[in-house]
Design a protein around this ligand. Structure first.
Ligand SMILES: Cc1cc2nc3c(=O)[nH]c(=O)nc-3n(C[C@H](O)[C@H](O)[C@H](O)COP(=O)(O)OP(=O)(O)OC[C@H]3O[C@@H](n4cnc5c(N)ncnc54)[C@H](O)[C@@H]3O)c2cc1C
Ligand code: FES
Length: 258
């Protein structure tokens, strides 16, 4: 784990309130695995001095670059959106376990709800062709053109709640439709998004007997196992998401208490 003073290379607005930031962070970019996260600290006064968690969306090892895809939610992400090329942010990482995909996997289905697509994008450069990426957005305004971020032969299925782009409905609807086709035994589902969505995906996968992993984006204090601020109940007892996760087998989560 490293703490770096990272120089911003670019910070582009790519959809409504959604930005793709890249920064120079050699040691973190070279060690990061898909699904891991960072704790970022901006140069802000009290009470905004605590680090905040963001997924590692992509890395470019040749250029020592890290990419973060983020949505404006409040003060910190609002401030992030105004950062300019050449400014610096403090980046701590890589943190967490990341996705551990079984070696006999023949098909990967990624399911992202809104900004939950961010950690899933990190898998595309590695698995590309065998991937079906289903993403759900509220409308075309929030739609992230992932094919522009990572090119390749993977299938990208888009749905929006208002039908303004792609299929009308949620990514849960699209997932249900997709699962009606015959699938190989070694299919794996990886998902990130709001908790109710993850719970539903977990139920469907269990019913279909498909391995399912979820990346949990709850609130975090320290991001390194010290504050107990991210505890969740699992079948193995209470655990800290920042240390044991953020990626879990969906069957391990006690969904009725999450
Ligand atoms: C492991 C992990 C990875 C993450 N990866 C990303 C990422 O790649 N891109 C991204 O945009 N965000 C990500 N997040 C969420 C991100 O940390 C928060 O959006 C950010 O801290 C909000 O800060 P803020 O000051 O702008 O908003 P705040 O003022 O803190 O919050 C504004 C509003 O957003 C809500 N909110 C804040 N954090 C969350 C959250 N974690 N989940 C749901 N609602 C929240 C609050 O309830 C409030 O209503 C991740 C979180 C975790 C735990
Ligand atoms: S955020 Fe502090 S223990 Fe997980």
């Amino acid at each position: 784990m490293h703490i770096l003073d990272a120089k911003i290379i670019s910070n582009k607005n790519i959809a409504k309130d959604i930005y793709l930031l890249s920064c120079e962070a050699e040691e973190i970019a070279s060690e990061a695995r898909p699904g891991q996260f960072l704790m970022l600290k901006l140069n802000l006064p009290l009470p905004y001095i605590l680090r905040r968690p963001f997924s590692i969306c992509l890395t470019n090892i040749e250029k020592n670059e890290l990419f973060i895809l983020y949505k404006i939610r409040g003060k910190i992400t609002g401030h992030m959106s105004r950062l300019k090329e050449g400014e610096r942010i403090s980046v701590m990482g890589p943190l967490g376990n990341g996705f551990d995909i079984p070696s006999n996997t023949s098909r990967i289905i990624l399911l992202g709800g809104g900004i939950g697509v961010a950690p899933l994008i990190s898998l595309l450069p590695i698995y590309n062709k065998g991937i079906t990426f289903i993403a759900g957005y509220s409308s075309a305004k929030e739609y992230v053109d992932i094919k522009r971020i990572v090119k390749g032969d993977y299938t990208y299925i888009v749905c929006t709640e208002d039908g303004s782009i792609g299929h009308r409905g949620t990514c849960i609807d699209a997932f249900r439709d997709y699962m009606e086709r015959p699938l190989s035994d070694n299919t794996v589902v990886l998902s990130c998004g709001p908790m109710p969505m993850l719970r539903k995906i977990s139920e469907i996968s269990k019913r279909l007997n498909i391995a399912c992993y979820v990346s949990l984006e709850t609130y975090m204090g320290c991001g390194m196992g010290l504050c107990q601020g991210c505890v969740i109940r699992t079948q193995h007892g209470y655990i800290r998401i920042c240390k044991a996760g953020p990626v879990f087998k969906s069957e391990d989560i006690c969904w009725n208490q999450a």
